[in-house]
Ligand binder design. Structure first.
Ligand code: ZN
Ligand code: FE
Length: 280
């Protein structure tokens, strides 16, 4: 398995090289008050980019104009306006592909990405796997590839999205699916919510030293105006209470909050999510 994988990625100049390919260059573009639109630089065409979840067009247009980039594809994780609002203006008569979930509320996509299907953008040298991750919305998807995960509003650093359409059980399964990806996966989330999420994480899990350390780091980054993303799954597994529902300390905290015994991870998750919704 491993051999085949590296064979494909070998550079002809170094046939015995076992160096994995360089990570994608992914650049944040800030939008609204706390959204991130992600610009994925093509590993093949240095001036071409794909954009993920352009809720507004203006900051993307400014950035591609400033840097002389060309927008070559648009990827969408879910139908919320703060993730798709900029599509019509960015597309404006061009035939660039707009790839997103199968949802009649999204009328701007030209290609539907279905669960476990590949999304290939050969002109950009990019290929992703689509993962259906219902919960925040029912048709929410993530794009995974090149060691990177674009997960919209499902997984955040230190937290997760609100359950607007799905159930706690669905969201638990979706997060579990993401948690099973390789731990070194870089996670590009839709919002800069990390600091607020960690305040809640520390209330649930006060003895988590990894979380305390991370909180200090995040505080420092935000003070300097630096994005806290991408995060990694390895880190999230240590600090994010919503990925840690099976941990005795998390379950005990959720049971104390609920005032009753909880029987499974989805129930623990449901209590945490409702608790976070009220948490200030
Ligand atoms: Zn959303
Ligand atoms: Fe959002």
């Amino acid at each position: 398995m491993l051999q085949v994988k590296f064979r494909r990625e070998m550079s002809p100049a170094a046939p015995f090289s076992r160096t994995p390919p360089a990570p994608l260059i992914v650049q944040p573009v800030a939008a609204f008050s706390d959204n991130y639109i992600w610009l994925i630089h093509s590993p093949r065409e240095p001036r071409k980019v794909a954009v993920v979840d352009p809720g507004e067009a203006r900051p993307v247009l400014q950035e591609i104009e400033r840097t002389g980039l060309t927008l070559a594809a648009i990827l969408l994780t879910h139908h919320h306006p703060d993730h798709i609002g900029g599509v019509p203006e960015l597309k404006r008569g061009s035939d660039i592909p707009v790839i997103g979930p199968d949802d009649e509320r999204i009328t701007v996509n030209t290609r539907i990405a279905r669960d476990a299907e590949g999304v290939e953008l050969p002109e950009l040298g990019l290929a992703f796997e689509t993962l259906a991750i219902p919960g925040h919305t029912l048709s929410h998807i993530a794009f995974w590839g090149h060691g990177s995960l674009f997960c919209g509003d499902t997984l955040f650093s230190g937290g997760c999205g609100r359950i607007f359409e799905g159930t706690a059980k669905q969201m638990t399964a979706s997060l579990e699916r993401l948690r099973c990806l390789p731990t070194e996966t870089r996670v590009y989330c839709g919002h800069e919510y990390t600091a607020a999420n960690l305040r809640f994480a520390m209330a649930v899990d006060p003895d988590n030293t990894a979380c305390a350390r991370y909180q200090a780091e995040v505080h420092d980054k935000r003070a300097r105006g630096v994005p806290t993303l991408p995060t990694t799954l390895a880190l999230e597994i240590q600090v994010n209470p919503f990925l840690r529902c099976e941990q005795p300390a998390i379950r005990a905290a959720a049971e104390r909050h609920a005032g009753r015994a909880l029987t499974d991870n989805a129930e623990v998750f449901g209590v945490l999510r409702a608790w976070k919704d009220q948490f200030r």
